[in-house]
Design a protein around this ligand. Structure first.
Ligand code: NAD
Length: 501
């Protein structure tokens, strides 16, 4: 028997939440949910099918058409959102434990996520109260104003890497806007999503505004995407899934917001603050077990400091503490699922013929007792990786990084842009002009100068190229979930050609 930590009162069965009630799938279907340190099932979850999605969409449609939520004053909605934020914070320890148990993320990194999720609700509460829209006057002839209207039922489909927090990115703006929603969380990690129902209920969100359907992407997710009464799909996940969903949304011309994969470069010039760049580029790829869309997983280093950088980086990577996710000293935990572990391990093997292995390269030693079968991968570093290598082009989404040298700024830019992705980029230089010019030229939705990913919630989040479509963050999210209806009022005489007179 494993001796690993198990949260108290851990549910052994996870249900859907439809129209204010916890329910199983109509046909009784379920799937198994495992914990990644033992890879043993600890619970079953209801597996949503077409009929369950139909029921959830019907509840959300009823709440949208006949319920109070879409018509409530922004201040009234905001008051509920503040209560939701407080309830999320009140559960932060429980949430972190559950998230770590279900995903394998180190507990210290799971801990900040409740605060961030709560902040999303506070932020959108403030935004809807402060929001104003255009009113344009054409003197003597016309007044034009904008009616901001929630669009309807939003389908929200989320990944497993930081489940609760990423769900909050979609739940907060959609609900704040007055939409009603059906959330389909990732099947690898359904545990924390079950907390939302009680949090929302206690905060006073009317029944039917929030609906949750667990299930497999190709079943429940697909049914949601194709549902004719769901005009919006907000999706975060892999680029290839995004492409498929894009095609499936076309039939009904749905609004889509897509946050997809990445293979983001970190570019370190030889004038950079060396120690800060080492700290930051290590954190940038090995935090969240490397399972982060914005991971700086391609490191480009200027020739003058290249060998010194590789040596220092490898030494630190070898020293990263891998182990029990619940141990507060752990820096890299267990990958989410054996399927994902196998994918990451296959890239570790591919990397051995594509680069010089300088750290890791397999399973870590000295795994905690009882966790010998867990999905653990040692932080792995390959140097001298060719720009067209698979480990330099394909998203691995694990604790694996490639490093390659460059000589000139032009070469660095070419290498940085040489991928189908365009999510984030991290630039390390103390040359002000170079930093801003490079930022301008790089094909990435987000650029950090001399930092890893630290984002103010007001700024746009999103990628270009295969990394996404549209932006989340701030009023851009509100734009996605609302229609801006233009109303034109005639104040003077309208010139009307007299057809047929
Ligand atoms: P995934 O694409 O496999 O799954 C994401 C979600 O889509 C899951 O809920 C899944 O059940 C659902 N899904 C799968 N197939 C579907 C279908 N045919 N129709 C409808 N829904 C379907 O992604 P993942 O493995 O869960 O997450 C990892 C990926 O997410 C990585 O590529 C990562 O870069 C990306 N990601 C991006 C961001 C971002 O903001 N850009 C953030 C986090 C993760």
């Amino acid at each position: 028997m494993s001796k690993h930590f198990v949260p108290e009162n851990l549910p052994t069965h996870l249900q859907h939440y439809i129209g204010g009630k916890f329910v199983d799938s109509i046909g009784g279907e379920t799937f198994g949910v495992l914990d990644p340190v033992t890879n043993q099932d600890y619970a079953t979850a209801a597996a949503g099918q077409q009929a369950d999605i139909d029921a959830a969409v019907a509840a959300a449609t009823e709440a949208f058409n006949n319920g109070p939520w879409p018509k409530m004053k922004p201040r009234e909605r905001a008051n509920v959102l503040y209560k939701i934020a407080d309830a999320v914070v009140a559960q932060q320890d429980r949430l972190a434990e559950m998230e770590t148990f279900d995903t394998g993320l180190p507990i210290t990194q799971a801990k900040g996520q409740a605060q961030r999720a709560a902040e999303n609700f506070r932020f959108f509460a403030d935004l809807i109260v402060a929001q104003h829209d255009n009113a344009l006057k054409v003197p003597g002839s016309q007044l034009n104003y904008v009616n901001r209207k929630p669009i309807g039922v939003a389908g929200l489909i989320t990944p497993w890497n930081t489940p609760f927090m990423l769900e909050s990115w979609k739940l907060a703006p959609s609900i704040a806007s007055g939409c009603t929603v059906v959330l389909k969380p990732a099947e690898f990690t359904p545990l924390s999503a079950s907390l939302w129902a009680t949090i929302f209920e206690e905060a006073g969100l009317p029944a039917g505004v929030f609906n949750l359907v667990n299930g497999i992407g190709e079943e429940a997710g697909d049914a949601l995407v194709k549902h004719p009464k769901v005009p919006l799909i907000s999706f975060t996940g892999e680029s290839s899934t995004g492409q498929l969903i894009f095609r499936n949304c076309a039939e009904n011309l749905k609004g889509m917001s897509m946050e997809l994969g990445g293979k983001s470069p970190a570019i370190v010039f030889d004038d950079a603050d060396f120690d800060a760049a080492i700290d930051s580029t290590l954190f940038g790829v090995f935090s969240l077990n490397g399972e982060r869309c914005t991971a700086g997983s391609r490191i480009l280093v200027q020739r003058g400091i290249y060998e010194k950088f590789v040596e220092a980086y490898a030494a630190r990577a070898k020293n990263i503490k891998v182990g029990d996710p619940h141990d507060p000293t752990t820096q890299v935990g267990a990958l989410v699922h054996p399927e994902h572990y196998n994918k990451v391990m296959s890239y570790v093997e591919i990397g051995k013929s594509e680069g010089r292995l300088v750290a890791g390269g397999g399973r870590p030693e000295n795994l905690p007792e009882g966790q010998e079968n867990g999905s653990y991968v040692a932080p792995t570093v390959f140097a001298d990786v060719a720009p067209d290598a698979r480990i330099f082009q394909e998203e691995i989404f694990g604790p694996v990084v490639g490093i390659t040298p460059f000589d000139t700024e032009e070469e660095a830019l070419e290498l940085a842009n040489n991928t189908k992705y365009g999510l984030a980029a991290y630039l390390w230089t103390n040359d002000l002009k170079r930093a801003h010019n490079f930022a301008q030229d790089i094909e990435a939705g987000m650029v950090w100068l001399n930092s890893h990913n630290v984002r103010d919630l007001r700024s746009p989040f999103g990628g270009v190229k295969a990394s996404g479509l549209g932006h989340e963050g701030g009023y851009r999210s509100i734009d996605f979930y609302t229609d801006q209806q233009a109303v034109h009022i005639t104040l003077g005489d309208v010139h009307t050609p007299k057809f047929g007179a």
